[in-house]
Design a protein around this ligand. Structure first.
Ligand code: PMP
Length: 350
């Protein structure tokens, strides 16, 4: 008899990573163009001498730093191997087979994957006509089996946001036993003051969790480190389902060094925000529909033309991320790389 794997995993969607193509500019994974800051690079180099030792299992120094930065007891912080691992730990901590996880669609592609791995059921709520979360429809999707709702703010891949007034109204109506995970992977790129910092809600509501990452604004995607702030009892369970030592020692050191370099990080984000506006304006002038974005990427809802557009970009040596039949997501990068993309976009005749 051959090996029997879990039958329900046969339909598990694959996570599709942005492609790296030699000789082409990669604008496909929402990475930070500048690389780690010089001080962070130096800290990583110094820490390399100790990698024969296991990392600090509890990620204690980094968790302490984050607790102090945001003003939470350290018991409310969990650090993970990227915030994607924390998405998975969260579903594992909350869901049993038959439970439901509600999220917008299209949104971060890991949500249906982590839901299915936990044996739970995805409830996908279509985005509204402006490519943003339809919070009323998400409320209407809640059933007695709903355990968790992901709200991606700004949303990946559309860059759209949920604003304070709408989020407060939404949170007021979510039953208290349902956890709302505000995924703020792109928080540092938000310039609109009406987009609330999720930490405000984590401070005042017992069912709100905030997810953040060092992969984007801090430029540490390759090191894999993210963090979560949540109610104490839930955060404790999130830590218990952690794969031991999965936040490696270089990641821990680099994340702490990054927190010491917040001013430089903010300067870099300001440059991306300026470029984001320029790219959006030029695309709009070229006739594209460009949903308003507060992230480090733009979304072109090209529908059936999405793959053709991505192929055309690639022929022009720019890799973008296409979602077949839906749209294309393009990471904002340096002025020169953005110009290379704009040139490709403006010569697309499909
Ligand atoms: N949340 C969202 C919305 C994302 O787009 C990503 C990365 N693509 C993540 C979480 C995970 O980031 P990481 O695992 O690198 O921290």
């Amino acid at each position: 008899m051959s090996v029997q794997t879990r039958p329900d995993l046969g339909s598990l969607p694959a996570y599709v990573a942005g492609r790296t193509v030699p000789g082409a500019i990669k604008l496909a994974s929402n990475e930070c163009p500048g690389g780690p800051l010089p001080s962070v690079r130096a800290a990583i180099a110094e820490a390399a001498a100790d990698v024969h030792r296991y990392p600090d299992m509890g990620v204690t120094a980094l968790a302490d730093r984050l607790a102090r930065k945001f003003g939470f007891p350290v018991e409310r912080i969990a650090v993970g191997c990227g915030s994607v691992a924390l998405c998975q730990q969260l579903t594992q901590a909350l869901c049993v087979p038959g439970d439901e996880v509600v999220f917008a669609w299209r949104s971060f592609e890991a949500y249906p994957i982590v839901t299915q791995i936990a044996g739970a059921t995805s409830v996908k709520v279509p985005l509204d006509s402006s490519h943003a979360h339809d919070l009323d429809a998400m409320l209407a999707a809640i059933t007695p089996r709903t355990k968790l709702i992901f709200v991606c703010n700004p949303n990946n891949p559309t860059g759209t946001v949920s604003r304070r007034e709408d989020l407060v109204r939404f949170l007021d109506q979510v039953p208290p036993h349902v956890v709302v995970a505000l995924d703020e992977a792109y928080r540092e790129f938000v310039a609109d003051p009406d987009v609330p910092d999720g930490m405000e809600f984590a401070r005042t509501r017992d069912n709100v969790v905030v997810l953040r990452t060092f992969s984007k604004a801090y430029g540490l995607a390759g090191l894999r480190v993210g963090y979560l702030v949540g109610p104490e009892s839930l955060t404790e369970m999130v830590r218990r389902v952690y794969i031991p030592f999965s936040v490696n020692s270089l990641a821990q050191i680099a994340a702490m060094a990054s927190l010491d370099a917040e001013d430089e990080m903010r300067e870099r984000c300001a440059e991306i925000i300026t470029e984001r506006q320029r790219v959006a304006d030029e695309l709009t002038a070229a006739g594209y529909e460009v949903p308003e974005t507060q992230a480090n990427f733009v979304w072109l809802p090209l529908g059936e033309k999405a793959l053709e557009f991505a192929e055309h970009s690639l022929a022009n040596k720019v890799v973008v991320r296409a979602f077949a039949g839906d749209g294309v997501r393009i990471t904002i990068s340096t002025r020169a790389e953005n110009d290379a993309f704009l040139q490709a976009a403006c010569s697309f005749t499909g």
